[in-house]
Write a protein that binds this ligand. Structure first.
Ligand code: SF4
Length: 354
């Protein structure tokens, strides 16, 4: 066998790497036949094999619970299909579109909200004609201010293909912002090189990279360096995190993650309540549990470290901030404002004081 570590894609590979017991292999092959598996070396190296509750393993190593599909779970949990006018485009809000050029990822997260369509058995990449139609759709809609490349993971596209997309967007004056949602800086940091970053900058737009990470331990030395290369190239970074049972569902873990983002000059952006993706009930919290955890971050973390806790309303009705209960309008037109200690206040006060 040659020395270069490979991405682990089968239950037997995971067993050989000491990440699952050999006895689990037949059951996990059934899971892998349903939902794609990929654990790249950068993430396999972070797993503590002696810890059965390791939060990195929990995110990426398949589990038999994934075969347990609940009635409330949905094949298309956030309703992409209801807003897809052409293949590869999701146009849910007037001023922005998702462009899903590729449906593969460097790693397959076990809680993925698009797990029915990503992976080798999923929808594949857009064909040249489909990509052409998707770009033509963006060009024909001047209200589109922001294009969000997602998928799949857009940063596994070759610099040549990213450059082609960038150049096409460069010709669309109404598009001002290009955002890419990715796990590559933590999952395959070696892909973040000058050629790839130059390809993104060819768009001439304000480019943002939204890094998906759920635990501070994902920030290996290589991942931090990959983020530094992105920032040094002039591309800004924001974060997205999914609140996951057994991974980051306590205030200390989440606080450390948010501080780690900020220490790496990545502005915390979204904290997603877990979606109703099939076979993911073992990751889900209730909204009450999520609110308690997020509430504990207020007052103890710098404002720079506060993400917006959001729910993607099932069926494609969009995202809403969940913790907006901090300010609730009353029937008499006043507001009930809840402070970080949980005390309620009336706004405006009945007798304003100086
Ligand atoms: S990287 Fe994103 S799209 Fe890919 S499996 Fe993970 S959550 Fe899903």
């Amino acid at each position: 066998m040659s020395g270069k570590p490979q991405t682990l894609r089968h239950a037997a590979d995971l067993a050989r790497a000491g990440l699952v017991d050999v006895a689990q292999v037949p059951d996990l092959e059934r899971v892998a036949a349903r939902y794609a598996v990929a654990v790249p070396p950068a993430l396999a190296d972070l797993i503590d094999r002696s810890d059965p509750l390791d939060p990195i393993a929990r995110q990426f190593i398949p589990q038999t619970e994934e075969l347990d599909q609940r009635p409330e779970e949905l094949l298309d949990p956030i309703g992409d299909g209801a807003h897809s006018p052409v293949e590869g485009i999701v146009h849910r809000y007037p001023d922005r579109v998702l462009l899903k050029a590729v449906h593969t990822c460097p790693v397959y997260c076990r809680f993925c909200f698009r797990r029915e369509v990503v992976g080798p058995g999923g929808m594949g990449s857009l064909t040249a004609n489909e990509l052409e139609s998707a770009l033509a759709y963006i060009a024909a809609h001047p209200a589109i201010w922001e294009v969000i490349l997602t998928g799949g993971d857009p940063l596994i596209l070759s610099p040549r293909r990213l450059s082609e997309i960038s150049k096409r967007l460069a010709a669309m004056d109404h598009v001002k912002v290009l955002r890419l949602h990715t796990r590559v800086p933590v999952a395959q940091p070696e892909l973040i090189d000058e050629e790839l970053l130059a390809a993104l900058k060819e768009s001439g737009k304000a480019v943002y990279i939204a890094l998906h990470a759920n635990h501070a331990r994902e920030f290996s030395k290589s991942a931090r360096l990959a983020c530094a290369r992105i920032l040094e190239s002039g591309i800004a970074m924001v974060s997205q995190t999914v609140l996951l049972r057994g991974v980051n569902d306590d205030p200390d873990t989440l606080a450390t993650l948010m501080r780690t983002f900020v220490e790496n000059q990545i502005k915390p952006y979204y904290l997603h309540h877990p979606d109703l993706a099939p076979g993911t009930s073992h990751f889900r919290l209730t909204i009450e549990e999520g609110l308690a955890i997020v509430g504990a971050l207020r007052g103890r973390l710098s404002g720079l470290c506060q993400p917006t806790y959001v729910l993607d309303i099932p069926g494609g009705y969009g995202k809403v901030p969940i913790d907006s209960h901090y300010v609730v309008r009353r029937l008499d037109g006043s507001y009930k404002v809840t402070d970080p200690e949980g005390r309620d206040h009336r706004y405006p006060p009945r007798r304003p004081t100086r």
